[in-house]
Design a protein around this ligand. Structure first.
Ligand code: ATP
Ligand code: MG
Length: 460
C-alpha cells in the first residue's frame, strides 16, 4: 500500500526501527486520514522497541512522554512530527483521566485495543505494508461512524476526555456517533470536570476550527458536555430575539461561528474570531429586559466579554488569545451609518485600535450573515471599511504614539510628569481626532500650554 504524504525522510526514520529488527506500524490519525484522503500532518509510529532502545536509535529525539513510552523525532525539514510510541496497554483508571500505570507489551493488537475509536485503531505495518484492523475501523470509516473500541462505557469511564474527542471527530469528519457510544459519552459527560483544562481546550479548539463547527457545538450542549466548561451556553437556549427572526440566542451563536469563513485565515486568527463569534452574545440572557412589550439586551457586549474572559482563563487559553477575543466581543456592537463624520470614523478606529479592525469586520460579517433581516446590510459596513482604510492610508493620528508631541515635549514646557500629563496627552489626541491638521509640534505645544496653564490657573 502506498502511504501518501510520507517522504524519503519518513521512510528513513521508519527503516531505522525495521533494520534493527523491530516492528514499526503507522497508527492513529495518519492511517485514518490517508483513507479519507485528508491531508496528513503528523505521523504516529507504534513499535515493540522499548523507549530506551528508541532513544538509542534516535539520539536526537525529544523524550516528550518517555514515561508513557513516547518520543518525538523531527525530520530535517521540520515539516512534520513523528511520534514513536512503544506498544502498550493501560492499567486500571481510578480517576476517569489517567491510567494508574502503563505496561509495555509486545503486540500491536493489544496496543490497538487501548485506543479510543475504531477509526483510530487501525495500523499499517511499515515493513510489509500489511493492514491491521482488528476492530473494523475501515468499515466504520465507510459508514461514517465514530464507534468506541470495545465496551463504550468502560472506555469513557477510563478517560472522560474521549467523550469530547468523539464530538471533535464527529465535527471534523462530519461523522455520526454510533448510538451506544453516544449514550455512554452522555453518561460520562459530567466526568469531564475532572479532566485537565489544557486537554479540554485542545479538543474544544479543534471543534471550533472544523469545517462546520455548529454540528459539534450543538452536540456539546445536547450531551451536557458544554455544561462542564461553558455552562452559559445552555442559558442561551430558548432566549428569543425578535430582530433575529425569533431565532434563539444559542442558534444565533452557532450560526455566527459557522459563518466565519476560514479562507486564508491563519489558524490562530480563525480560532480567535470563531471564539469571539461563540461568545459575542453569550451575555444576552443576563441582560434581557422587557419593557412595554419591547425586548432589549442593553450592555450585553460587556457581560459577554466578562463571561468569555472567565471561561477562556479557566480553559487556560494563552493571554494573547483571551485579550483578542474579549476585545472583539466588547466592540462588536457598532451602528454605522453614512452620516458619521470623518472625525467619528477616526474616533471609532482610535477606540477599537487599528490592529483589531480586520478581525472585527470578519466577526461582524459573520454576525450579519447569521442574522437575517437586519437593517444593517453588509454594503453599509463596506462603506465604513472603505472610510477606515482611507484614514489608515492617510496616516492620520489614531493613538497617542502617533501624536507629534510626547511626554518629553510636554515636560519641556513645564508640565510635570504625572497623571495630569497623561490626561493632557489624551486631550491632545482628542483634538487631533477632530482635526488632523492640529498634529504638528507647534500647534500641539500651543494647545497644551493653553489647556494646561489655564487649567492650573483656574485651580489656584
Ligand atoms: P489528529 O489528526 O487531530 O492529530 P489523531 O487521531 O492523530 O488526530 P491524536 O490526539 O494525535 O489524534 O492521538 C493519536 C492517536 O492516539 C489516536 O488516533 C488514538 O489512536 C490514540 N489516542 C489519543 N488520545 C487518546 C485517548 N484519550 N484515549 C485513547 N486513545 C487515544
Ligand atoms: Mg495526531
Amino acid at each position: 500500500m502506498k502511504i501518501p504524504g510520507t517522504d524519503a525522510e519518513f521512510r528513513r526514520i521508519a527503516e531505522k526501527l525495521i533494520k534493527s529488527g523491530h516492528k514499526a506500524y503507522l497508527v492513529g490519525g495518519a492511517v485514518r486520514d490517508t483513507f479519507l484522503k485528508r491531508p496528513v500532518t503528523d505521523f504516529d509510529i507504534a513499535t515493540d522497541a522499548t523507549p530506551q532502545r528508541c532513544m538509542e536509535l534516535y539520539p536526537y529525539a525529544i523524550p516528550t512522554g518517555i514515561q508513557h513510552g513516547t518520543i518525538t523525532v523531527l525530520p530535517r525539514s521540520k515539516a512534520y512530527k513523528v511520534e514513536i510510541t512503544t506498544f502498550r496497554t493501560e492499567g486500571t483508571y481510578t480517576d476517569n483521566r489517567h491510567p494508574d500505570s502503563v505496561e509495555f507489551v509486545s503486540d500491536i493488537i493489544t496496543d490497538l485495543s487501548r485506543r479510543d475509536f475504531t477509526i483510530n485503531a487501525m495500523a499499517i505495518d511499515l515493513a510489509t505494508e500489511a493492514f491491521v484492523d482488528p476492530f473494523e475501523g475501515k468499515k466504520d470509516l465507510a459508514s461514517k461512524l465514530i464507534k468506541a473500541v470495545g465496551d463504550p462505557e468502560e472506555r469513557f469511564r477510563e478517560d472522560a476526555l474521549r467523550a469530547l474527542r468523539a464530538v471533535r471527530f464527529s465535527a471534523q469528519l462530519q461523522f455520526k456517533i454510533e448510538a451506544a457510544t453516544l449514550e455512554a459519552a452522555i453518561k460520562f459527560s459530567g466526568s469531564l470536570s475532572k479532566i485537565a483544562s489544557e486537554r479540554i481546550r485542545d479538543e474544544f479548539s479543534k471543534i471550533l476550527l472544523s469545517r462546520h463547527p455548529s454540528t459539534g457545538l450543538a452536540l456539546l450542549v445536547s450531551t451536557a458536555m458544554a455544561d462542564t466548561f461553558i455552562p452559559e451556553l445552555r442559558a442561551c437556549q430558548g432566549v428569543s430575539q425578535p430582530i433575529h427572526g425569533n431565532k434563539d440566542v444559542l442558534s444565533h451563536l452557532f450560526d455566527t461561528v459557522d459563518a466565519v469563513i476560514p479562507d486564508e485565515l491563519p489558524e490562530e486568527r480563525l480560532l480567535v474570531i470563531r471564539l469571539a463569534a461563540l461568545f459575542h452574545d453569550i451575555g444576552k440572557p443576563a441582560c434581557r429586559r422587557e419593557e412595554q412589550g419591547k425586548i432589549s439586551f442593553y450592555a450585553h457586549e460587556s457581560e459577554s466579554a466578562r463571561i468569555a474572559r472567565f471561561r477562556l482563563m479557566r480553559l487556560k487559553f494563552p493571554n494573547a488569545i483571551i485579550d483578542a477575543v474579549c476585545h472583539l466581543v466588547r466592540y462588536h456592537m457598532f451602528n454605522y451609518d453614512s452620516s458619521w463624520t470623518d472625525s467619528a470614523v477616526r474616533r471609532f478606529v482610535a477606540r477599537v485600535g487599528v490592529e483589531a479592525i480586520p478581525d472585527l469586520f470578519e466577526l461582524r460579517l459573520a454576525d450579519t450573515i447569521a442574522t437575517t433581516g437586519v437593517p444593517h446590510s453588509w454594503a453599509v459596513l463596506q462603506e465604513l471599511r472603505t472610510r477606515i482604510d482611507a484614514v489608515i492610508e492617510a496616516k492620520q493620528a489614531l493613538s497617542l504614539r502617533d501624536l507629534a508631541v510626547n511626554g518629553d515635549d510636554l515636560a519641556s514646557i513645564g508640565v510635570p510628569r504625572s497623571k495630569e500629563m497623561g490626561a493632557l496627552l489624551s486631550e491632545l489626541l482628542d483634538a487631533v481626532l477632530d482635526d488632523p491638521r492640529l498634529n504638528t509640534r507647534e500647534s500641539l505645544l500651543r494647545l497644551a500650554e493653553a489647556k494646561y496653564f489655564s487649567l492650573s490657573r483656574t485651580k489656584s
